[in-house]
Design a binder for this molecule. Structure first.
Ligand SMILES: N[C@@H](CCC(=O)N[C@@H](CS)C(=O)NCC(=O)O)C(=O)O
Length: 217
């Protein structure tokens, strides 16, 4: 069954891999499934054809036969349930891996996204400079907790899972801020995940859109 995902035709990050199609590409690479990519312009995201796939007008979307999905977390979870390689076979370990996916998306990602908002959308407001340290401290609170949990382990819960994939992709957004560098154990955790051949392939494929103009899957 052909799998088709959507990605930005022109990404604001110029191929740094921060757009959320990268998590889906990475998950597809981890489970060894080939996929096609349909590139979408910002205007097309808000048109009816795309809104039937994602009512919020965003990428990534996922199509497989009669199934259409949106939300990167739901897509990665679907892949983890459908193919081996992302979620452990043991039911309890699997539940914990899913918990880490949710933790990445609903506990760690929001303050990190808030930093992007503070910089890009609110940077010119008179109160921006005063607010920024508060935003950063909220991120540090999460990173303190995360690094305490990780300890000297390689991954969040035993072997690499979709929970790590999601957490690492969320943390990657922090690199330019220097905040990740304040936590060498977390920086090493991200680097360990980035060394995975599946991540390397996913990263190269999303980069090719911007360097070669090619929709690689
Ligand atoms: N929670 C959604 C967020 C999707 C999202 O924000 N996608 C961004 C790209 S990473 C997007 O399409 N932005 C364009 C827009 O909002 O117009 C997910 O995880 O899939």
């Amino acid at each position: 069954m052909t799998i088709t995902i959507t990605a930005f035709e022109q990404s604001p990050d110029r191929g740094q891999g921060l757009a959320r199609d990268t998590r889906v590409r990475w998950a597809l690479e981890e489970v060894g499934q080939p996929y096609q990519v349909r590139l979408v312009s910002f205007a097309a995201l808000k048109e009816p054809a795309h809104l039937t796939l994602n009512p919020f007008g965003k990428i990534p979307t996922y199509e497989e036969g009669d199934l259409a999905l949106f939300e990167s977390g739901a897509i990665v979870l679907h892949l983890g349930e459908r193919y081996p390689g992302l979620l452990p076979p043991d039911a309890y370990a699997r539940a914990r891996a899913v918990a880490w996916m949710f933790a990445a998306l609903s506990t760690v990602e929001p303050p990190i996204l808030d930093l992007s908002t503070a910089r890009m959308a609110e940077g010119d407001k008179p109160w921006a400079a005063e607010r920024l340290p508060l935003v950063k401290d909220r991120i540090r609170t999460r990173l303190d907790q995360l690094v305490r949990h990780l300890g000297d382990a390689d991954w969040l819960d035993g072997t690499f899972s979709a929970g790590d994939l999601m957490m690492v992709h969320v943390l990657q957004r922090l690199k330019p801020s220097g905040l990740l560098g304040e936590y060498p154990a977390l920086a090493a955790y991200v680097a360990r995940a980035e060394a995975r051949p599946a991540f390397q392939r996913a990263f190269a494929a999303q980069l090719a859109v911007f360097t070669d103009g090619v929709a690689k899957g």
